[in-house]
Design a protein around this ligand. Structure first.
Ligand code: 5GP
Length: 186
């Protein structure tokens, strides 16, 4: 297995990226998850420095200006970005780093890191995605509506990615993801 790769995981909100990722990281602790910076308020149970680095808009703006972010995007009214330094340092140390980011950010990475492996996670259907988002119960009706609108736009871009993976059955999706990463890193 080769290491020191950048892996980008993208997919609409509610597709189950987070759950897939936590299982993947549990099984492969050698993989490093990049912790993003966001202006979104923490959800219940989210931990500063583990889920995200939660910052205000001024701080986020400052990070853009001082070029501390590898990529950043506005999503459903909030800003999200990847701190550059930890990504570069881990890759230099030969570790593989995973970014769990939305479409605009993934497109930026394609320009800056053309060798990155970009994976798009698809829901079995849009109806299923909507149901998952509503069931999750973490967001307001307004936020859900924004996320659904964005999801439709993102789904249209799935073919831009190196790999499309359908998250229908969780175990299958996880195994497929492992197979993709294993083959990629071999
Ligand atoms: P959530 O608010 O549900 O945690 O995340 C909303 C969206 O922002 C998700 O699609 C997630 O992948 C994306 N996201 C999280 N961190 C980053 C980041 O650093 N950069 C970009 N471009 N998107 C991110």
């Amino acid at each position: 297995m080769q290491s020191g790769k950048l892996i980008v995981l993208t997919g609409p909100s509610g597709v189950g990226k987070g759950t897939l990722l936590s299982s993947l990281l549990e099984r492969h602790p050698e993989l490093v998850l990049s912790i993003s910076v966001t202006t979104r308020s923490p959800r219940q149970g989210e931990v500063e420095g583990k889920s995200y680095f939660f910052v205000d808009r001024d701080k986020f703006q400052q990070m853009i200006e001082t070029e501390e972010l590898l990529e950043w995007a506005e999503y459903a009214g909030n800003f999200y970005g990847t701190p550059t330094l930890p990504v570069i340092e881990n890759i230099k140390q030969g570790k593989s780093v995973i970014l769990e980011i939305e479409l605009q950010g993934a497109r930026q990475i394609q320009n800056t890191f053309p060798d990155a492996l970009r994976i798009f996670i698809l829901p079995p259907s849009t109806a299923e995605l909507e149901e998952r988002l509503r069931k999750r119960g973490q967001d307001s009706q307004e936020a859900i509506a924004k996320r659904l609108k964005r999801a439709t736009e993102e789904l249209e871009a799935a073919t831009e990615f190196d790999i499309q993976l359908v998250n229908d059955n969780f175990e299958d999706a996880l195994q497929n993801l492992e197979a993709i990463l294993f083959n990629f890193r071999e």
